[in-house]
Design a protein around this ligand. Structure first.
Ligand SMILES: Cc1cc2nc3c(=O)[nH]c(=O)nc-3n(C[C@H](O)[C@H](O)[C@H](O)COP(=O)(O)O)c2cc1C
Length: 175
């Protein structure tokens, strides 16, 4: 499968570590492209409607190239730290721009990776999962996994490799 991973974290920390574990598991059987949202120049959606949800964005920045990568993918992994009970602004900019080709983004397989500085029973993980659940329903996406990690300092997750076994196994099952 062609898998696009959108990394919403600006640092090489816990989200990055979880992404790498997924990639280790899945790279043998899949074609993987990691999109670093923080390195992109993507302006906020202006709601102009020119795109008509299919034509792409009029913004002269990285929007169209990025969204076209998602359109071309069979599976999209959205990975984000928790910032203020939600996804990061970097990831939300990409999500908002999905509108510009929304009609071409239907029926994808989707995975979610979330890292936050609170235990996994915190409401923040359900809030993020619910938001993606609504987007998935709207676009006919099939969320095939969602992994949440309680990790605060940059190396917390890499210091606890046993916690990454699950996501590596998920990656290995995808083909
Ligand atoms: C601006 C900002 C807001 C944050 N908000 C939350 C929050 O609402 N809940 C939480 O548990 N952790 C919060 N955190 C902590 C991060 O989610 C946590 O450190 C996470 O491991 C960062 O992921 P990363 O290492 O992949 O960047 C916040 C961190 C920052 C910098």
């Amino acid at each position: 499968m062609k898998i696009a991973i959108v990394n919403g974290s600006p640092r090489k920390g816990n989200t990055y570590t979880a992404i790498n574990a997924f990639v280790e598991g899945s790279m043998e059987h899949n074609d993987i492209d990691i999109i670093e949202a923080n390195k992109l120049s993507i302006s906020p959606c202006q709601g102009c409607g020119t795109c008509e949800c299919k034509n792409g964005c009029i913004a002269k920045d990285d929007t169209n190239e990025t969204i076209d990568k998602l359109v071309a993918a069979d599976m999209i992994i959205f990975a984000t730290p928790v910032y203020w009970w939600g996804m990061t602004a970097q990831l939300k900019l990409v999500i908002d721009k999905c509108y510009c080709r929304a009609s071409l983004l239907k029926n994808k397989k989707v995975g979610l990776i979330i890292a936050g500085g609170s235990p996994t029973d915190s409401v923040q993980y359900s809030l993020i999962n619910q938001q993606f659940g609504c987007i998935a329903k709207y676009l006919g996406w099939d969320i095939i996994f969602s992994k949440s990690y309680y990790a605060t300092e940059r190396t917390d997750l890499s210091d606890r490799p046993e916690q990454l076994r699950g996501i590596r196994e998920v990656g290995a099952m995808i083909r």
